[in-house]
Every structure is written in structure tokens, then in C-alpha cells.
Design a protein around this ligand. Structure first.
Ligand code: GLN
Ligand code: ZN
Length: 752
């Protein structure tokens, strides 16, 4: 019979219980026992929540105290040597994730195209593996004690190796497959002995462009693992199998999961390739976004599969793990009823899966209430005047020139004449320390304990102080400090029409860190200027140049939950237009230098290379739309954090920002090579201070970095700035580091 299934659930908990338990444990305020008790409580609660929602196949081992890729490193005994001496397993685990004084943390990077970060496995040429199956076995038993036979979730060996970093030269992690497979086989055998009939093995690499080595590795791995123990549900998500369809379908495992939300178009090819008798799990409920499922449409898809493979081989599931979804919409007491009726969080998504399954098993009438509610909400959503605003759509449809009026070369002359900056001009990326005082004042204002006038006066005083400090330091281009901003996206979302905010819509970003992305539900427009007040106020306090600070359209899009009823490109263009108006208002107010931050531009890249161009075209166009309206002598800056630029240099150049600042200090200026090789024509500020660490670099450190940057980048192209904003640093470090930074720039100037 058709089964309802889930692939993974939030770990953090509705009220971020895990976050609080972790942070108190890390501070030494609570012990291991308390941490593990909270974790076990969350697992139990989430298992029963899934059961009550009507899910038949419930996962275990999807829970993690920090990250499931880190868990996999531990599972297979891939402990980097610098942590091997730490005897306590919990202490060692968190040391790997967060580092200690003696051993730096393992690297962290983004999980496919999500905003979740995993800990990158580190492997050596002579890497030995050893099974450490405690966690999956214990969690399986824990659920068993609660009366549940769960389906353990394991990260697949090929994805694990593909995500790993080789710590020695001359080998690739995939070389270690033969050494790794026995550990996996042993794990599967133990799970089988424990009573697991099925395991879910995640191989999301199957939606990427695979090398022939990776393809061969998959063949080899599943030839071994397919026979090792429980039935395997080979799980893919975040995209379509495309050229890997045949491979995924033919691997000798019992089942395959595909993401039909991101990639509904792959269904026919998968059905054609799927051997008879193989289970197909169809992900028809979006595990990564917060919109309610159109149950009729999803049921249409499910029925097609049912017709093809019959009831016994069919499983209905979310598209991917609900790790990427907030927990429960019912907790949103402040959202208006209409908006709420359009949404579904993890719990509601599982109810949708259950309704679809019931309808498949017993006919749609058996799930009538759910289908009727869905149909009503979908129809109301389509027609809502809150979403569709003809005047916004009309404005976005107008053609607007994306090029600046003149070439960079002639803009540069006019800007030089206007600003008269020295060589190696110094600036910062925007934010200054968000001290306890700043956060307390904001909290008091939000709670109504501090009125608007009082809060504004406080912000003005902070801003003025930051300006005096910058003047004293001798920086060339000043910023106002962003004290009025809680977050670089939320601040703008709160002032734009078409955005909504949840109270509890937390999603894990890494470890205990969660984000609460804004919801872009409707056509976006800007009812009033958003930043002009603060930039103009700051500019009025000083004779120096003041840089206006904005978040770019791609970053606002990328860090939000985005509507799915129109292409992302269209939503981004609407945001781009709103930012363009803000840019023009800043210019009008006399702000001659304006920075439009786009740290998320690269992370928006599609998973498949062949999709990159289309994305980059609209993403770059949206940035250009926001920036192109200004006069030649207005200087546009952009900023990006740590990113690989090599393969996207044409797009970076097409943005045509007069100045770009990037994060380069940790890579020892290596990231700058892409700009050098490309002969990047515009100005660049390669960061010379790693603001992620508390260390204050001295003048010589920064000078050395700048000299390195100067090889291949012309002196009159270079700016001097930190890697990123300073909001997480304290004033004493900021003062000291910026003093050294200004001194380094001056030393360069006098050496010239
Ligand atoms: N202007 C922002 C700041 O300084 C940029 C932050 C970012 O790039 N993530 O905080
Ligand atoms: Zn940054």
C-alpha cells in the first residue's frame, strides 16, 4: 500500500530549544547530561509529532547536535589528527565544529544551494576508517522504545567523499571509496540486526554534474551496499537527475526518492527508467519553502506515478528533509489570517503528505477537508490584491537602461575630480559594532519601553560617535555605522511592501545559528525612502565623504522565502527597482558614494553549470538596474564576502560597480588572482583584516597583504578596507585594527 514518509525534521525545535541547550553547554553553564536530555526530548517530541501528523515512515538519525556531515565524519572514524587527542567524545565533536585554542575548527561551507552549512570532512591519503555506529543505533533504539520502527537516515558514501577535502597532495577523496565501503556495509548490517527494514541513504550529488569517477563510484558503492542489509531508499533532492537518471534508476537498491517540487519535469524520464518493482518516493511537498501545497496539483502528479507503478511501490514525501523548514505554523500568532492561510511549515507539510497518501489509498473523499481547504487557499491566493499589484507589475515591465551613462574610464575621471581621494583610499564595509547597548536599545524599542524619539536619539548619538571615531582615525570614506539595522535583509524587508515576517520561522543555518528569513509574498515596492534619513544625517555631521549603504536585490531575494507563483527573476527585478529608487534618493540627498552589497550573488548559482548563465544574466541585470540610474560622478560600490570568483568573473565585471570590496585576507589574497587574470578594469578593495577572528592584525600584516595585492593590480585601482562589516567586533579591536589599516595605507602612499 502507498506509504506516507518523511525524510528528516528540524533539530533545533519550535522554540530553538537545542540552540539554547547548546549555547549554555558551550558556556559551561550546563553539563553533557542536560544537553543530551534536551536533545532526546526534542527527538521524542518530533517523532510523535510526525506520527500524529499521519506519517507512516518516520526517519531517525536525522537529528544532529551540530551537523549531519560532521556526524558522518565521526561515524566513519574520520577524525582529523589535531582532534584525536581529545578523549571526551562530546568535547571532541564540538572541537571539530568550533575549534579550540590549540586546534582550529574544521571548515564549513554551504550545503548544496541551501543556506545550511555543513562541516567539511577532512581526509588524508592514508585515511583509515572505523565504524562508530553509536548514534544511529542509539537513536533507532530510542524510537523503538517509543513504539516506532524508524528508517535511519545516512549520508551516502559518494556524497560524503565528494564533499570532503583532501588534506594531502596527490590524491582525491574518491580514492578512499574501497576503504570506506566496508564501514558502511558493517553499519547497514548492524542496523538490520537491530530491526531496521529500510534505511534512507542520501546521495544528493546525483543532482549535480557528475564526473565519470563519481558515476563509477556510485555503481561500485551500491553494488556492495545494496546487498549489505536493509532495503535502501536512495534519496536525491534539490534538483533533477537529468543525465544521471539512468544511473540513479538502475543502481541495485530497493527504492529511489526524487524531488518533484524543484524538478517536476524529471518524472517521465524517471518513470521510463525505473525498473519494475522498485519503490519510488515522490517529493511533492516543498521541504524548503513555506508555501502551502496545491493538493490537487500534487495529487495529479502522484496519480500519474500510481498509474505507472501501482500502489505498493509508491511513497509520498516532502521534496527533501524538513530541516530546511520552520517547525509549526500554528505558533505564528501574529500573522494575519489571510497570509497564514497561504503557508505551511514542517508540521503542516507532513499533514499535506498524509492527506495526499490518504487520498491515494482511499480516494480523495477520504481527505476531503484537507483538499477543500487547500483549493480555497490556492484560489484566494491567486486572486489576492495584496499579492498582485498591477502598478508594480507595470513599472517592472518598463524597459530601463541597465548601463551607466558612460564607460568606467570616463566615470572614473569625473569621480576623481569630485572626490579627490588619495591613492589607496581607506574605507570600511558598513557596519560598526552592534554592542550590547545597541541591541538593548533596539529590544527596548521593540518592546515599547523606549519610544521612537528616544530610540532615534540613541541611534543618532551612536552614529555621531562612529563618525567622530572615523574622522579621528583618518579614514577617507566614512560610513554611518548601520546601528539602526538588526539585519541587512530584514531592515529593508520591513520597509518594503510585499514582505512579511514570522515570529518563530527559524531555520538552522549552522550549529546553533538560526535565521528567520523574511517572506516575500507579494509584488514588491518601496512606499518611502528607507535609508536616506540616516545617511543624510551622518553626512551632515562631517566634511568627509559619506558612503550610503544598501543591500542589493539578489541578496535580499536569496536570503528570503520567495514566492513561487512567478519566476524569481521577476521578483528580483521588483526589488531591484525599489533599490534603484533608494539609490536615486540617496544621490538626490547629496550622497555621492553608494554601496550596494551583494554577498549572496554567488551562492544563488544553480547546481548545474548549464543553468549558470541564465541565472547570472538576470542576477547581474537586477544589480545593474539598481545601480545604473546615477550620474557619472556618483560612485557605486558593491561588496561580496568570501567567494570563489574564478568562474564568474565575466558576471562580476558586467556588474560594472566602480569599486568592489571582497573578503581576501584569510586566503592570503589568493582570491584576488581571479581579478588579476581577468584584467578586471574597475577598482577593488581586497580585505586586509579578517573580521571573523578577534585578532587585531598589525600594520605590517596588512602592508604585506596590500603589497601582495599590488602585484598585478594597479596602485590606482586599489582600496584599503577590512574583509567585511564590523558588527560582530568590539570597539577596542575596531579602533586598533583600523588605526593599523590607515597607517598601512599611508605607508604605501609614501613608498610610492
Ligand atoms: N554592509 C554590511 C555590513 O557591513 C555587509 C555585510 C555582509 O557583507 N554580509 O555589515
Ligand atoms: Zn561581507
Amino acid at each position: 500500500m502507498t506509504r506516507s514518509a518523511n525524510l528528516g525534521f528540524s533539530r533545533i525545535g519550535l522554540n530553538r530549544e537545542l540552540k539554547k541547550a547548546l549555547e549554555s553547554y558551550w558556556k559551561g553553564e550546563s553539563d553533557t547530561a542536560a544537553l543530551h536530555a534536551t536533545a532526546a526530548g526534542l527527538r521524542a517530541r518530533h517523532w510523535s509529532l510526525q506520527r500524529e501528523a499521519g506519517i507512516a515512515v518516520i526517519p531517525s538519525n536525522d537529528f544532529s547536535l551540530y551537523d549531519h556531515v560532521l556526524d558522518t565524519s565521526v561515524l566513519v572514524g574520520a577524525i582529523p589528527p589535531r582532534f584525536a587527542g581529545i578523549a571526551d567524545p562530546d568535547a571532541r565533536y564540538f572541537a571539530m565544529a568550533r575549534g579550540t585554542d590549540a586546534a582550529p575548527a574544521m571548515e564549513m561551507t554551504k550545503w548544496f544551494d541551501t543556506n545550511y552549512h555543513f562541516i567539511v570532512p577532512e581526509l588524508h591519503r592514508d585515511q583509515a576508517f572505523a565504524l562508530n555506529a553509536g548514534k544511529p543505533l542509539n537513536h533507532f533504539r530510542e524510537a523503538q522504545a517509543l513504539g516506532l520502527v524508524t528508517r535511519p537516515v545516512i549520508l551516502g558514501p559518494v556524497t560524503f567523499l565528494s564533499l570532503a577535502k583532501a588534506k594531502d597532495d596527490g590524491f582525491e577523496p574518491l580514492d578512499l571509496l574501497d576503504a570506506l565501503l566496508p564501514v558502511y556495509a558493517e553499519l547497514l548490517a548492524q542496523l538490520k540486526a537491530e530491526g531496521a527494514d529500510w534505511v534512507q541513504i542520501d546521495e544528493p550529488v546525483l543532482v549535480l554534474d557528475l564526473s565519470s569517477r563519481q558515476q563509477a563510484a556510485l555503481e561500485k558503492a551500491y553494488a556492495v551496499l545494496g546487498k549489505a542489509g536493509p532495503d535502501i531508499l536512495l534519496t536525491t533532492y534539490f534538483g533533477d537527475l537529468r543525465d544521471n537518471t539512468e544511473l540513479a534508476a538502475r543502481l541495485p537498491v530497493a527504492g529511489l526518492h526524487i524531488d518533484l517540487v524543484r524538478a517536476p519535469g524529471q518524472l517521465d524520464a524517471v518513470l521510463a527508467a525505473l525498473p519494475a518493482g522498485k519503490t519510488l518516493s515522490v517529493g511533492v511537498v516543498d521541504g524548503r519553502n513555506i508555501w502551502r501545497t496545491d493538493l490537487d496539483a500534487a495529487f495529479g502528479l502522484v496519480s500519474r506515478v500510481w498509474d505507472h507503478i501501482g500502489p505498493d511501490c509508491l511513497e509520498i514525501a516532502p521534496s527533501c528533509s524538513l530541516l530546511h523548514s520552520p517547525v509549526d505554523l500554528d505558533a505564528e500568532t501574529a500573522l494575519d489570517a489571510e497570509l497564514k492561510s497561504w503557508l505551511a511549515f514542517a508540521r503542516q507539510k507532513l499533514e499535506e503528505v498524509a492527506a495526499l497518501t490518504t487520498a491515494q489509498q482511499r480516494g480523495r473523499g477520504a481527505a476531503r477537508t484537507a483538499f477543500e481547504a487547500s483549493a480555497a487557499a490556492i484560489a484566494a491566493h491567486k486572486a489576492s490584491a495584496r499579492i498582485h499589484r498591477p502598478e508594480v507589475k507595470a513599472r517592472a515591465a518598463q524597459a530601463i537602461a541597465l548601463d551607466r551613462n558612460s564607460s568606467f574610464a570616463s566615470r572614473r575621471e569625473k569621480q576623481r575630480a569630485r572626490f579627490n581621494l588619495p591613492d589607496y583610499p581607506t574605507t570600511t564595509i558598513g557596519s560598526f559594532p552592534q554592542t550590547k547597548e545597541v541591541r538593548q536599545a533596539r529590544a527596548a524599542f521593540k518592546k515599547g519601553q523606549l519610544d521612537r524619539a528616544g530610540y532615534d536619539a540613541f541611534l543618532e548619538q551612536q552614529t555621531e560617535r562612529a563618525i567622530r571615531i572615523q574622522e579621528e582615525l583618518g579614514l577617507d570614506v566614512l560610513v554611518h555605522g548601520e546601528f539602526e539595522r538588526n539585519d541587512m535583509v530584514e531592515y529593508f524587508g520591513e520597509q518594503l511592501d510585499g514582505f512579511a515576517f514570522t515570529r518563530n520561522g527559524w531555520v538552522q543555518s549552522y550549529g546553533s545559528r538560526c535565521v528567520k528569513p523574511p517572506v516575500i509574498y507579494g509584488d514588491v515596492s518601496r512606499p518611502a525612502p528607507m535609508t536616506v534619513r540616516w545617511s543624510a544625517f551622518a553626512a551632515s555631521l562631517t566634511d568627509r565623504h559619506m558612503k550610503g549603504m544598501l543591500t542589493g536585490p539578489v541578496t535580499i531575494l536569496q536570503w528570503s522565502f520567495v514566492r513561487v507563483d512567478q519566476p524569481r527573476a521577476e521578483t528580483c527585478r521588483q526589488i531591484g527597482l525599489a533599490i534603484r529608487q533608494e539609490v536615486l534618493d540617496l544621490e538626490q540627498a547629496g550622497i555621492g558614494i553608494i554601496q550596494i552589497d551583494e554577498p549572496a550573488l554567488r551562492e544563488g548559482l544553480p547546481l548545474r553549470r548549464s543553468d549558470w548563465d541564465a541565472y547570472l544574466r538576470w542576477a547581474v541585470d537586477c544589480f545593474r538596474l539598481s545601480a545604473s540610474g546615477v550620474a557619472d560622478d556618483t560612485q557605486i560600490h558593491t561588496h561580496m564576502c568570501y567567494a570563489e570568483f574564478n568562474d564568474i568573473m565575466p558576471a562580476i565585471a558586467a556588474m560594472d560597480a566602480d569599486v568592489i570590496s571582497i573578503e581576501t585576507s584569510r586566503s592570503d589574497m589568493e582570491l584576488l588572482e581571479a581579478f588579476r587574470d581577468f584584467n578586471y578594469p574597475n577598482e577593488i578593495g581586497p580585505g586586509v583584516w579578517d573580521i571573523h577572528a578577534p585578532r587585531v592584525p598589525d600594520q605590517a600584516d596588512m602592508l604585506a597583504l596590500l603589497r601582495k595585492a599590488g602585484r598585478g593590480i594597479a596602485p590606482d585601482q586599489l582600496w584599503v578596507n577590512p574583509d567585511c562589516g564590523l558588527k560582530t567586533r568590539g570597539w577596542p579591536e575596531v579602533n586598533a585594527a583600523l588605526q593599523n589599516l590607515v597607517a598601512a595605507a599611508k605607508a604605501l602612499r609614501s613608498a610610492a
